[in-house]
Design a binder for this molecule. Structure first.
Ligand code: EPZ
Length: 436
């Protein structure tokens, strides 16, 4: 385990370049396991969860060849098992995408139930219900024994599926299972996140026939073969970009974030403009500043599926609201328990009251450095932002959880003037593991 030590109070200035999207790559790597030929994937971020997924793909027989600079050659043609039961599978939730991929490859899939996480239950009932509609057996809760899912499908048939809840994971998993099914599958009430579009674009580049990704109705015409044979470049990470936009804001800095897609940032950009920040943008960059003497205005955020405000920026935006001049509200509408990091922020001086899914945030407060823990990936990112803004020194333990989703975060922040270092974790402050 590692910790970060931050000496706060420095205005960040300069340029940060965004890496490939974690949540797109995790789906794309699972999708690559279905191909009937090799492919190449570019702009893969060097982060813990992606390394874990690459290792998991190797445990089922895929040949993964790093080509350097975030490019990998993937050859799934020798995959020799439909069982994803290596212990590593439990390390990341996104391994559940292998259910759809292995079901497509073998008409069978066996794997551990994905772990929970520390911001509420993480069910997969919608994934299983969709597979059942497509003809799979073993998808009922009563079929799951010893925490292992065993799914079999004599034939995967196209189906008309309506998702009761907008779910990123179910949308991607069912898209994977539909890619080579017999007939056409329609997924209604589908999630529309940028990473879903990226997985669909990857699959279409490799021979699939998917229409409507990015809308709430996705139509997948099953094809007999997915030849692969192409190179695909992953989109920039929307959440990493938003985190650094907020880093510039909370330090009243002047940072330009490069290699992003401004359209994906709109749910955050509009709110930061509302708060009084200056946002300049070009084709692939955004610059965040605030005029001298201007205090950020309070406002209300509501997390929603895309194009709403992303839940994965909720902790980070809460830190920003702590600096607003008045009372703000953060409504968490996606996860049922994603405010567990608030006490860590309160130990740094935040004045926040949580009532179920709403956090009432009183500002402005000046954060003071403290010893806090990264309870999960995005809560950890929020602690970094508070540490950057704080007076004094902040130590963040379990910082390896932050490195699950942020490539070279220490180096990227140092390059814009942050005083941040890795230090060894001191054992007594390590809390239970937070999964994503
Ligand atoms: C993905 O998780 C992301 N993870 C999460 O990001 C993100 O918070 C989430 O989407 C929402 O945007 C990856 O992409 C690897 P969901 P996922 O299925 O797919 C309910 C990060 O920080 N639901 O969209 O697991 C569920 O309880 C991580 O990068 C069901 O009820 O989320 C939740 O309330 C954290 N039944 C809502 O849907 C199901 O079968 C949205 O969940 C599935 C989900």
């Amino acid at each position: 385990m590692t910790s970060y030590r931050i000496v706060g109070g420095k205005r960040l200035q300069g340029d940060i370049s965004i890496s490939g999207s974690k949540n797109a790559v995790l789906g794309i790597l699972a999708a690559a396991m279905m191909l009937d030929g090799p492919c190449k994937i570019e702009n893969v971020p060097d982060i813990v969860d992606v390394q874990a997924m690459l290792e998991i793909c190797e445990t089922i027989g895929a040949k993964i060849t790093p080509c350097g600079e975030g490019t990998y050659e993937i050859d799934p043609t020798n995959i020799n098992t439909y069982e994803a039961t290596h212990p590593k599978v439990k390390n990341i939730r996104a391994s559940y995408y292998l259910l759809g991929a292995l079901l497509t490859r073998f008409r069978k899939a066996t794997m551990y139930m994905p772990g929970g996480c520390n911001f509420g239950t993480r069910p997969i009932d919608l994934h299983l219900k969709g597979f059942r509609k497509m003809g799979a057996q073993g998808t009922r809760a009563t079929d799951i024994r010893d925490g292992i899912i065993r799914i079999v499908a004599e034939e995967l048939k196209g189906a008309h599926i309506f998702l009761d809840v907008v779910s990123v994971g179910a949308t991607i998993n069912l898209m994977l299972a539909a890619t080579k099914a017999n007939g056409t599958t329609v997924i209604e009430n589908a999630a529309k996140e940028p990473h879903i579009v990226d997985v669909a674009n990857f699959l279409n580049a490799m021979g699939a026939d998917i229409k409507g990704a990015g809308t709430d109705t996705i139509r997948v015409r099953g094809v007999p073969v997915l030849p692969g044979g192409y190179t695909y470049s992953v989109i920039p990470d929307q959440i990493e970009a938003g985190t650094y936009m907020i880093a510039s804001a909370v330090t009243r800095g002047d940072v330009t974030i490069h290699n992003l897609i401004p359209k994906h940032m709109e749910p955050l950009t509009v709110k930061m403009l509302e708060m009084g920040f200056n946002i300049e943008q070009g084709d692939d960059w955004i610059r965040v500043t605030i005029d001298d003497g201007v205090e950020p205005e309070p406002t209300n955020f509501k997390t929603r599926p895309y194009p709403g405000f992303p839940t994965d920026l909720q902790p980070q935006a809460t830190v920003l609201l702590c600096q607003a001049n008045g009372l703000s509200r953060m409504h968490e509408n996606v996860w049922d328990n994603r405010f567990q990091y608030i006490p860590e922020l309160q130990s740094m001086g935040a004045s926040i009251t949580v009532m179920e899914r709403i956090a009432l945030i009183n500002g402005p407060v000046s954060f003071c450095g403290a010893r806090v823990s990264a309870l999960d990936l995005r809560a950890g990112a929020a602690m970094v932002l508070a540490g950057l803004a704080a007076d004094g020194v902040t130590t963040i333990t379990c910082a390896n959880r932050i490195e699950r989703g942020y490539e070279k975060i220490v180096e990227k922040l140092r390059a814009v003037g942050a005083e941040i270092d890795h230090i060894p974790d001191d054992e007594e402050h390590i809390v239970s593991d937070g999964d994503e």
